[in-house]
Design a protein around this ligand. Structure first.
Ligand SMILES: NC(=O)c1ccc[n+]([C@@H]2O[C@H](COP(=O)([O-])OP(=O)(O)OC[C@H]3O[C@@H](n4cnc5c(N)ncnc54)[C@H](OP(=O)(O)O)[C@@H]3O)[C@@H](O)[C@H]2O)c1
Length: 343
């Protein structure tokens, strides 16, 4: 098969290090299925992996790619409930930027009904991350919720999900176009992170839950903004990994700081998260209650271009890589879910 690999002779700091090469076919275990990939979501973690800063967990594929959609090509001996030819989406620790990938059966679910495979490829990683974290800290009705980067993949989904839970949503973005997009997704308060967003959040009375992709740069501010019993959940380190934590500020608020990573979680935990998505989230995409996370597509062999785009910040929602052969046969994008396709 073909896959995107990091050319060992190239500088991995450049997206051009990503090349479309022939590689060995995946070797599935008895509890795995092989998926013929229709589309694969691009995640910020993929940029770090390309640069050598985020190696796959032990046993995972060396190929980049944390999520995909496609059709089952082979089923392991111990797998039940799946057959060759079934459409699916998968949450993986690696392997998505390829024509085929082997995935533990528990980490696969059917795409939301009525959502085509290209759109579905960009849903599972953001939904799994947001839901698992907000479940853990119990975001609920009446809470005030802050998520940064409301026009990004995580942020776009988080706005819709938090509104669904009955929270008041505050979000930030870096341009007028992106702020307008956050408003269209239902955010109650949209703030430019280029202005004094913290003062504006203070004026709104602080926050109960923060979903934070920035990390160190905002740590002290976030703790200060937490209401009594507030929960800060750090999921990304775009603003650095080491910061100073004011324990007195935390203690006086009875507040807590959480930090989680989805990729390294054991199969059983990912299986439980996938079940929750299938039962409680996918139906809300199907009936239109949850806004679809917007996405743009780039052909899989041109993954270098997708990485350059994500690094430029010029993306609204998700980027999805479409596999060369499979997409025309496996997908059909309904007009209401149309997206910009980068050529
Ligand atoms: N822990 C986990 O399990 C897990 C799982 C998935 C993702 N993540 C992390 O979550 C983060 C977001 O992922 P993603 O897929 O949503 O990436 P993305 O689509 O690239 O979005 C990144 C967002 O960060 C925003 N941003 C950049 N600088 C900012 C600043 N100074 N203040 C506030 N916002 C800022 C951007 O806003 P503009 O576009 O408006 O400039 C953009 O919306 C990444 O760090 C990723 O690694 C973690």
């Amino acid at each position: 098969m073909h896959a995107i690999v990091v050319d060992p002779s190239a500088d991995p700091k450049s997206p051009e290090a990503l090349v479309w090469r022939e590689v060995p076919d995946p070797d599935p275990g008895a509890d795995e299925v092989v998926i013929t990939v229709a589309a694969a979501g691009v995640n910020r973690a993929d940029l770090m992996q390309r640069q050598g800063h985020y190696p796959p967990p032990p046993g995972a594929s060396e190929i980049i790619g944390l999520e995909c959609s496609g059709v089952i090509a082979a089923v392991g001996d111990e797998v039940t409930g799946w057959s060759v030819g079934d459409a699916c989406v998968a949450l993986m620790a690696g392997g998505g930027y390829a024509e085929q990938v082997a995935v533990p059966a528990g980490q696969m679910i059917r795409p939301p009904e009525g959502v085509d495979l290209v759109a579905a490829a960009g849903l599972v990683e953001v939904a799994a991350t947001v839901i698992s974290n907000l479940d853990e800290v119990g975001l609920g009705r009446g809470d005030t919720f802050l998520v940064h980067g409301g026009a990004g993949g995580i942020g776009s989904f988080a706005i819709g999900w938090a509104k669904q839970l009955g929270a008041t949503v505050i979000t930030t973005a870096g341009s007028d176009e992106k702020l307008a997009h956050c408003r269209s997704l239902g955010a109650d308060h949209v703030l430019s992170y280029r202005d004094d967003w913290a003062a504006a959040v203070d004026d709104l009375g602080g926050v109960d839950v923060i979903l934070d992709p920035i990390g160190a740069k905002y740590l002290a501010t976030h703790v200060r903004l937490l209401a009594r019993g507030g929960r800060l959940v750090v999921i990304g380190m775009q603003g650095g990994r080491r910061g100073e934590l004011d324990l007195a500020a935390l203690l006086s608020r009875n507040a807590s700081v959480h930090a989680t990573g989805l990729r390294g979680r054991p199969v059983e935990e990912k299986t439980a998260i996938c079940r929750r998505l299938a039962a409680d989230v996918w139906p809300l995409f199907t009936d239109g209650t949850l806004p679809m996370t917007p996405y743009e597509t780039v052909p899989l062999p041109e993954a270098a271009r997708a990485h350059a785009l994500l690094e430029s910040g010029d993306v609204l929602g998700k980027l999805v890589l479409t596999a060369p052969e499979s997409t025309s046969q496996l997908t059909e994008t309904p007009p209401e879910r149309a997206c910009n396709t980068r050529r």
